[in-house]
Design a protein around this ligand. Sequence first.
Ligand code: SAH
Length: 397
Amino acid sequence: MKDSVLFLKKGREKSLLRRHPWIFSGAVDRVEGQPRCGETIRVNSHDGKFLAYGAYSPDSQLRARVWSFEQSETVGRDFFLNRIRRALNYREFLGYNAGDGACRLLAAEADGMPGVTADRYGDFLVVQISSAGAELFKNEIAGALMEATGCRGVYERSDLSARKKEGLEETVGLLAGEMPPESLFIIENGLRFKVDVYHGHKTGFYLDQKENRRVVRELSAGRRVLNCFSYTGTFGVCALKGGAAHVTNVDSSRPALETAEENYKLNGLPESAYDNIEGDVFEYLRHCRESGEFFDMVILDPPKFIDSKNALMRGCRAYKDIALLAFRLLKSGGILVNFSCSGLMERALFQKITADAALDAGREALIVRELTQAPDHPVPLSFPEGLYLKGFVSRVL
Ligand code: SAH
């Protein structure tokens, strides 16, 4: 370890000096030694000054990701324990790490742990390992997580296509402690939700929408709500708890809607208050338009439409299409809540797309609130790429 050295090209050390953790292939002058995939290497400036220790990834455009900027540090179990304790301290500051609660405990680069996300659901942790460096250390990381949190088990859900870029296969399984139960129940903002850590999306639950679910709850009184891309129906549960007249959830995933059904029961909501519709949101929005249906609030929380620069134009069109279709279903006083979780979509562009959609739908609207990811998905000042979730609450005039 640390025997291999990556030298940057002249002048390419600037971003590292600003504590940005990524080293792209184009910045690399040469690598001395024969580091294996994922191995910890020393990163030097062109003239041999120490900059960082990073995880080497020979097949990726992201040639190395920084573990540490401190020359005296050794990347290993104690290092991970310190990082995890720092992350825990921040969640405790947020008041996010209590009892049956759930939170993102490790948010990869944002917590100085590139390639590692860890979500806490009560006594269990679910991790995703997306980089070669993190893969190499995953047992140490799982052990350190058990020690720092006192959790009962760490389960891995690395069924991520992004692992291919790092030369890794998809994998799932127990990393430490006990297997989590088939159904886990968490409390968020006083509401109960079921989390299926084995079959759910990502690690089972979209923790990043926690604060936005609270916003929806506050704005829902008396409204007929269309919750598009509803997954397990959480925005809809919040809307009904906020006094919504009715909620229609639409999602293409049957298992997600089955869990949604349970979430409504768990929170004591009557069947007459909601519908769960399995279908394609694009088609459903058109169908509503054709059948002359209107809503008082439409929520659009689609999956990532843009996962590479090549997909930008196509993705922008998709975001615009759904926003346009949604605006047409809203009358004066109606509210659109739309999100983009694509990191490559800048907030200004997303605002413009939303504005274009309103214009084409013949609606004028005011931005009531700007939304973002919950603060347990932090954005370091030195790593603006950590911000991925953008949303607007717009009210039709
Ligand atoms: N709002 C949810 C998370 C949504 S994730 C929450 O806070 O929990 C995106 C969801 O969109 C997934 O559940 C996925 O099944 C669904 N989905 C993806 N493409 C779709 C489409 N074309 N029509 C309907 N649902 C779709």
